[in-house]
Design a protein around this ligand. Sequence first.
Ligand code: FES
Length: 109
Amino acid sequence: MWTSHVLAIAVALLSGAEALHAGRAQHSRVNVRMGPPPAGLVAVSFNGKAVNVAPGTPLSEAAAKARVRVRYDCKEGKCGMCEVKVNGRAMRTCVSKVPKTGPVTVVVP
Ligand code: FES
C-alpha cells in the first residue's frame, strides 16, 4: 500500500519538474516585443535581443547595448572578424552604422 503512495509522489514530483523545466525552456525562447520604437529611434534586433538606437549609431555600440558579443580583431574593417548579417547583407560591425530605417535584424554568428 505505502509503495503505491511513494510511487504516486515520485511521479508527481517528476512531472512537476518536467513542467518547470519546460516552462523555463519556453521562456528562454520568447522574444520580447517592445512595440514600435520611440520617435527618432530604430528598432534593432541582435540575435533576437531588441534595442532601440538612433539611426547612424555605430553597429558596435548597438551590439554592446544589446549585450551581444561580437568578435573583433583589427577594428578597421580589414580582417572580417566582426562580420554580421544586417537584414541579410554581410556587414562589418566595427565600421558600420545602424541603417536609417528599421526594423533592423542583425544575425551575429
Ligand atoms: S574587426 Fe576587423 S573588420 Fe571588424
